[in-house]
Design a protein around this ligand. Sequence first.
Ligand code: FES
Length: 111
Amino acid sequence: MPRIEAETATGTQTFEAQDGRKLVLAIEDAGIDILHRCGGNAKCTTCRVEVLAGNPGEMQELERNRLAMEVGLTENVRLSCQVRVHDDLKVRVINQSSTRGLPPGPRPVEE
Ligand code: FES
């Protein structure tokens, strides 16, 4: 199983994720309060992470188009609701419920 190392506001957590799982769900199920305000539909970008190491897979059109609407993002920023985990990854979680003072949003569907 791929291994995820996630940097958060309070430290770094390492956990395993099922191959092919949505990254946002793997992060949330590890107990990290990542935001996903649009429910995983590539609309809000609150689930964004910085990929520090590993291969997050090719970006699909939906994610590419949404990220193109943002300014000042580095190239390693990805929407965790659009990333399927197939490889070991090291990521930085950018938006957390506890640091932004917002409810996380509807849980993205598993499929
Ligand atoms: S873009 Fe909204 S949850 Fe990913």
